[in-house]
Design a binder for this molecule. Structure first.
Ligand code: ATP
Length: 324
């Protein structure tokens, strides 16, 4: 028995990720297809607390599937962490007549969704972060685009590193998780990948490998450092001290968060946005949408955030084996 819902809200929260616009589009279009009106809430939970909203119809989201960033803006809203702010957000949601809320962001944003659900605002989370660090989902929206952006930048670096026979140490994002670094490291053929989840013996796994590779004729090296490991400059200094090889550092930084989303991100965003609206219609609340083996499903937020997810051991071993 489907619940009669008439009006829902959509917001993007936390760090932005390519594909968030595609989520907004999918939620608005799915709602519209079922006769549900949709409001866009600007700047994450701040917009809910301040009542900063815009009506969104099917035509309001034309063309945004191809655009990076988020048309609704995003923010970190400290007021949501206070009882007063949280109640203000819930009161406004009720005042606006919202029968449901879709929140695209990371685990912090899902905590907000959980708190609102407890106050009678049925809220559904969609994982949108380039870090792929949402434990209950194989995949988070923005990850593929960020990997491709990083690979593109590293391909440019490779040209100059090859010409000068240098070592390039590249720091990639990912916060405390190494998923982005591992994927990028394999994709660019890195000599070594430093990840927060894996111990590394610096001498045997980097220095000796670089020296051996030099003897085998490889004159340039790419070392990927996940931001959760520490500063790339420290890694570069150690490499230079141990090998004498001219070593340069590049911190890719926020460039990884921009750009037109890849097909994978557009499709995943569209599927997840559709799923979120469908489960709201079925009366769901306090759920997080996720992907498992390319199937879209959902979990209770508490249950979902309590799960664990490790790096792909298979991919890690592959990366170690082929980097000779
Ligand atoms: P990212 O992965 O990009 O950091 P995130 O969603 O984890 O995204 P946070 O800054 O942790 O980013 O959370 C986003 C917002 O969610 C916060 O600014 C706050 O408004 C809200 N939020 C976070 N934790 C809670 C909580 N425990 N209760 C209510 N709201 C919360």
């Amino acid at each position: 028995m489907e619940k009669q819902i008439r009006r829902i809200g959509i917001l993007t929260s936390g760090g932005d990720a390519p594909g968030m616009n595609a989520v907004v589009r999918s939620v608005v279009r799915t709602a519209s297809a079922y006769g549900i009106t949709c409001v866009g809430i600007r700047r994450g939970y701040s917009g809910l607390i301040k009542g900063d909203v815009v009506d969104l119809g099917a035509r309001s989201v034309d063309g945004i599937i191809a655009r990076g960033g988020t048309m609704l803006y995003t923010a970190r809203c400290l007021e949501m962490l206070t009882e007063e702010g949280l109640h203000q957000a819930a009161d406004n949601a009720h005042y606006m007549g919202l029968d449901g809320l879709v929140v695209c962001g990371g685990d912090g944003s899902f905590r907000g969704a959980q708190a609102l659900s407890r106050l009678g605002v049925p809220a559904i989370g969609i994982p949108g972060t380039i870090d792929n660090d949402i434990v209950c989902s194989d995949y988070t929206i923005g990850f593929d685009t960020a990997c491709n952006t990083a690979i593109d930048a590293i391909d440019h670096l490779r040209d100059t590193m090859q010409s000068h026979e240098r070592c390039s140490v590249v720091e990639v994002m990912g916060r405390r998780a190494g998923h982005l670094a591992l994927e990028v490291g394999v994709g660019c053929g890195a000599t070594a990948i430093l990840l927060p989840e894996r111990e590394i013996d610096f001498d045997s796994m980097i220095v000796d490998k670089m020296k051996a590779n030099r003897i085998r004729g490889r004159k340039h090296h790419i070392i990927i450092v996940a931001e959760g490991v520490g500063h790339a400059q420290d890694v570069a200094d150690r490499i230079h001290a141990a090998t004498g090889i001219d070593t340069r550092v590049t911190v890719l930084g926020h460039i990884q968060r921009g750009g037109s989303p890849t097909v994978r991100d557009r499709v995943m965003a569209t599927r997840m946005g559709y799923h979120a609206v469908r489960i709201l219609m079925e009366g769901a609340s306090n759920r997080v949408v996720c992907s498992h083996n390319n199937e879209i499903m959902d979990y209770d937020i508490e249950e979902g955030l309590a799960m664990t997810k490790d790096l792909s051991q298979e991919l890690y071993e592959v990366s170690q084996t082929v980097a000779i």
